[in-house]
Design a protein around this ligand. Structure first.
Ligand SMILES: Nc1ncnc2c1ncn2[C@@H]1O[C@H](COP(=O)(O)OP(=O)(O)O)[C@@H](O)[C@H]1O
Ligand SMILES: [Mg+2]
Length: 300
């Protein structure tokens, strides 16, 4: 077993635009996720979080840099070669409605990965496996026969979690997966995800703009700004000793008070500079320096 479950090395994604300029969405990102650990990626809209998630699970090819899963370099694998690794990492998105087929029962949607990967045949065995997944995520067996529109938002997200877990992945990439839920429902789904982490030894790459969620769930936190990680470290170090000026701004914008008030407002109100650069120009790469145990901060 490799030391890290997930490792990225200098991961970079640039989107060239028609006028010759380009968007530097993710720039030289090197992160590690340990086994059974939650690494939260935080930062404002447009800082490159979703692009990073898509690079990690190989939905996008990087411009440069590498992705390693359990020590194996998966950066250049084609679809067929990626197949066994696909089972190891699953994604959960913000809008469970969009990721479920409205015309199929949710039981069918959760069965699908098992059938596609030849892990089960139709029949009683499949039924039992899906039923046990439903109970794991706090849904009833009867729910398998229902359609997505017959559920609340929180229940639908539970269905998506069940589907993500069908193939017993090691890494779950959650992209704003609880951001659209009401605070009380959100707390229940977060508790469920934490219980499942213990039970199934899951690692989460947990992407969110919501610092209250990070405080609750994350073991480690990476702060992204304009495509680059500007601060990364254990949750307590980042929250109690925020060192980069941008991290401080983020925390100031979200005073540690009532989480109900916190999530109502945007993270920051100031203008974020554009990650779009004219032809031939590129952002300056930050230089991370260790300021504490595993706590790294970009030099300013
Ligand atoms: N396919 C694309 N083509 C051009 N620009 C893109 C594309 N995808 C994302 N971007 C840009 O890359 C930047 C990062 O986007 P994204 O990763 O979605 O950020 P976040 O998830 O943090 O909101 C944004 O400026 C966005 O507009
Ligand atoms: Mg996003």
């Amino acid at each position: 077993m490799s030391k890290y479950l997930l490792e990225t090395e200098g991961l970079t994604k640039t989107f060239p635009l028609a006028d010759g300029s380009s968007v530097h969405a993710v720039e030289n990102v090197s992160i590690q996720v340990n086994h059974s650990e939650t690494l939260a990626i935080v930062g404002e809209s447009g800082c490159g979080k979703s692009t990073l998630a898509n690079l990690v699970c190989r939905l996008l090819d990087p411009t440069s840099g590498r992705v390693k899963l359990n020590g194996e370099d998966i950066t250049s694998l084609n679809t067929t070669a990626m197949r066994p690794y696909r089972r190891e990492m699953q994604m959960i998105f913000q809008d469970p409605y969009a990721s479920l087929d409205p015309r199929r029962t949710v039981g069918d949607s959760v069965s699908e990965p098992l059938l596609i990967h030849g892990q089960a045949k139709r029949g009683a065995e499949l039924q039992d496996r899906v039923a046990s997944l439903f109970s794991k995520v706090g849904l009833q067996e009867d729910d398998m026969e229902r359609f997505p529109h017959q559920f609340s938002g929180g229940q639908r997200q539970r269905v998506c979690i069940a589907r993500a877990l069908t193939l017993a992945p090691k890494l779950v990439i959650a992209d704003e997966s609880v951001s659209a839920l009401d605070v009380s429902v959100q707390a229940q789904v977060i508790n469920l995800m934490m219980d499942l982490q213990d039970e199934m030894k899951l690692s989460y790459l947990f992407i969110t703009h919501d610092l209250a969620v990070v405080e609750r769930m994350a073991h480690r936190v990476a702060v992204m700004y304009l495509g680059q990680v500007v601060e990364i470290g254990p949750r307590a170090a980042v929250f109690e000793n925020p060192t980069h000026s941008y991290t401080r701004k983020l925390l100031d914008a979200a005073p540690i008070a009532d989480p109900r008030q916190r999530r109502e407002r945007p993270l920051l109100t100031g203008e974020i500079p554009s990650p779009r650069w004219p032809k031939g120009e590129a952002p300056q790469l930050v230089n991370l320096v260790e300021v504490g145990d595993g706590h790294l901060v970009a030099k300013e």
